[in-house]
Design a protein around this ligand. Structure first.
Ligand code: APR
Length: 229
């Protein structure tokens, strides 16, 4: 099977009712990103970050995969679909996608604040001060904050390098190193981008589908079927 690699961002979950970050009334219009999503903020005010991620976790639990998520899962019948997502929600998985790599962590997980290898799946949507890991340290959200490394890049780069087709969906391509992944795509493969307001300065060969994720993935499926004829 040909390998279809998807690079998704917050726009992928917009139609599920989950706010993006940099659109009008995006999350970063309401919160100062460095106050709620940076390692410095965690040291300064961990309670605030626990509340911020508890709220986002509850919103995720109340949301469901949209048609775009479901179509990506359906594409697994015809392609080896590998999803690399900047999103921390579990909507790709809940839609049925089986290969999902989270670059920026997962809301459904907690981790030790002294041993990053100690990762726990949360059963309760709330994480509070005093919740401890097996080594007795405070649990933290399993999220990559600004100012931290992105360990999953080591796994993501070879996946992009092995793509037969690549489609970017719903990301402003503002945040590195994630945004730089598109540059690892083999020069010979078709590149697509689905976004109603596509970011500027894209490589010329990118085929832009200026639609929302649900309509856009349906369009992508038609284009891929044409290419396979
Ligand atoms: N379908 C597809 N794309 C959409 C939709 C939609 N229905 N609605 C909005 N978009 C697009 C916007 O046009 C924008 O280009 O989704 C993109 C969202 O961009 P951002 O809000 O910047 O989100 P993202 O690129 O995922 O942010 C990257 O920044 O704050 C950090 O860690 C956080 O992972 C996040 C990273």
């Amino acid at each position: 099977m040909k390998r279809l690699v998807i690079l998704s961002g917050a726009g992928m979950s917009a139609e599920s009712g989950i706010r993006t970050f940099r659109d009008m009334n995006g999350l970063w219009e309401e919160y100062d990103v460095m106050e709620v999503a940076s390692i410095e903020a965690w040291y300064k005010n961990p309670e605030l970050l626990l509340r911020f991620y508890n709220d986002r976790r509850k919103q995720m639990i109340g949301s469901k995969p949209n048609h775009g998520h479901l179509l990506l899962a359906e594409l697994e019948k015809s392609f080896d679909v590998q999803i690399i997502t900047q999103n921390v929600d579990d909507l790709h998985e809940r839609a049925g996608s089986t290969k999902v790599l989270h670059l920026h962590g997962e809301l459904t997980k907690a981790r030790s604040s002294i041993d990053p290898a100690l990762i726990y799946t949360l059963t309760d949507p709330e994480m509070n001060m005093g919740d401890k890991c097996g080594k007795g340290s405070q649990l933290r959200p399993h999220i990559v904050w600004f100012g931290e490394e992105v360990p999953a890049m080591a796994e993501a780069v070879p996946i992009v390098e092995s793509a037969d087709y690549l489609c970017v969906i719903g990301t402003s391509l503002n945040v590195y190193p994630a945004a730089g992944l598109i540059n690892y795509a083999p020069s010979s493969i078709p590149l697509f981008l689905i976004d109603p307001n596509p970011p500027g300065a894209l490589p010329k060969r990118v085929q832009v589908i200026a639609k929302g994720a649900s309509e856009g993935v349906a369009d992508l499926m038609n284009r891929l079927n044409e290419l396979r004829k």
